[in-house]
Design a protein. Structure first.
Length: 449
């Protein structure tokens, strides 16, 4: 282990982003302390700081790969804890109104489906197994402390409610809202980052169920997309540990609040296809219907600021918060942590490695976030009620997406390219490379013939 960057790094937030970042930092600081405001248990349980963790979460192939690189063996550990392996796209039923069901081809890729508490618990256990990472629960950070416009540490309330100060050379704000970094900029009188916002105003209704053995479908995961602007409901059914399934209906204000299993079941036929209804009509609910609301996707453009205070780095949801229906948040956070680890390695030889890390991360994180942001926001902006500025080429983008999915049905090579982009294994630019464009155009020509 090399102590090139300082004695201590503090990570604020013990969620997926914070745990991933701690793993990335461990090889470059003598000590890494994670301060988490919630109480943590010795098992996989929901916690108050993640209000959405009782709803489906997706760890995309790109995110799973990043976590396995930061913590070698993580994928094996998650599978051993009960996560369900799902082959892409052999085990997935992906349904669109325009082209129907996508072909179920096997591309040699897989993901692991599990509850958010289990994913976080396995990751937390791996982080706590690293000798120089310490996780301190019930610690609420109130501010980042400065000395001469550089980070000195953090001030926090511990479990005993005492106000304490912890010195640090680097503070990573993975608290989810970015409020600590924003407050620091305000204290200095510096410019706040511009914010791009796409208002979706969605609501979730989620049920955890058990499907009788005789009724289990021949697929493992189904995504039923909406048909904007006429049909606004999304549906998803995902396997999870313990032989359970988790089903969610995502609404954009078209359906009354679903309070009971009967009302949930009655709403399923309003989806684009009856697939989820047919899968669940014999299912047994294991708990009550749970709800979650999400107003807007936010990108706080810290990467566009001329500089940040020395020794502070916002990351994950503090930086960019995605519409959760696309399952990108955990994977985007894990990929940011892997980027940070790469930048740390590159900056080690610089005269001022800490400054090089900040500059290098901010220079590269924007393009990384662009792929998941573009995919989710373009889908959301297809609904007229979505709040946000549509790009000048929005209509052309919609036409390209329609052509893309026609090609996906006809051409396995285009299908694989789409999968790799959606799973955050490749940047969105892959879909615009000449050889892929040629295949998309060829498929459209055959369709029109």
């Amino acid at each position: 282990m090399s102590n090139l960057f300082g004695r201590r790094a503090v990570v604020v937030g013990g969620g997926i982003g914070g745990l991933s970042v701690a793993g990335a930092l461990a090889g470059y600081f003598e000590q890494v302390d994670i301060l988490e405001r919630d109480r943590l248990t010795a098992s996989a349980e929901s916690r108050s700081g993640t209000a959405q963790d009782r709803h489906p979460h997706g760890l995309l192939a790109g995110g799973l790969k990043a976590l396995d690189e930061i913590f070698p063996g993580f994928e094996q550990d998650l599978a051993g804890a009960g996560a369900v392996s799902v082959r892409i796209a052999q085990d997935i039923r992906y349904e669109r109104a325009d082209v129907g069901v996508l072909p179920r081809r096997d591309f040699g890729l897989s993901i692991l489906c599990a509850s958010r508490p289990l994913i976080e618990f396995v990751l937390r256990r791996r982080a706590m197994g690293v000798a120089n990472i310490a996780l301190r629960p019930e610690c609420r950070v109130t501010e980042i402390v400065l000395a001469d416009q550089a980070v000195h540490g953090v001030r926090f309330h511990s479990g005993s409610r005492q106000l304490e100060t912890l010195e640090a050379d680097l503070v990573v704000d993975a608290s989810g809202r970015g409020t600590l970094t924003l407050a620091l900029l305000d204290t200095l009188g510096w410019e706040r980052p511009k914010v791009t916002e796409v208002g979706v105003d969605i609501s979730y209704a989620t049920a955890v169920v058990q499907i009788p053995t005789h009724a289990i479908p021949d697929w493992k995961l189904v995504l039923t997309l909406p048909d904007p602007p006429a049909r606004a409901l999304n549906g998803v059914l995902v396997p999870m540990e313990g032989g359970r399934w988790i089903a969610t209906i995502v609404d954009r204000g078209a359906t009354p609040r679903l309070e009971t299993w009967d009302s949930f079941l009655a709403a399923l036929p309003r989806l684009t296809t009856p697939t989820i209804y047919e899968a669940l009509r014999h299912a047994k609910p294991l708990e009550g219907i749970r709800h979650y609301g999400f107003p807007a996707s936010l990108w706080r453009h810290f990467e566009r600021l001329p500089h940040l205070p020395r020794g502070v780095l916002p990351i994950a949801d503090a930086f960019c918060r995605f519409n959760p229906i696309y399952g990108q948040g955990m994977s985007a956070a894990a990929k940011q942590a892997r980027l940070l680890r790469t930048v740390l390695g590159q900056a080690a030889a610089e005269p001022d490695p800490l400054a090089a890390v900040q500059a290098g991360f901010m220079a590269q994180v924007g393009p990384m976030l662009q792929t998941p942001w573009n995919m989710s926001t373009s889908a959301d902006l297809a609904f007229p009620k979505t709040r946000g500025e549509r790009p000048e080429d929005f209509e052309a983008g919609q036409q390209f997406e329609a052509a893309l999915f026609r090609a996906v049905v006809a051409d396995p090579i285009v299908h694989r390219a789409m999968i790799e982009v959606v799973q955050l294994l490749q940047p969105h630019d892959l879909l615009h490379e000449p050889h892929i464009i040629k295949r998309i155009e060829a498929a459209s020509t055959k369709t029109l013939a």
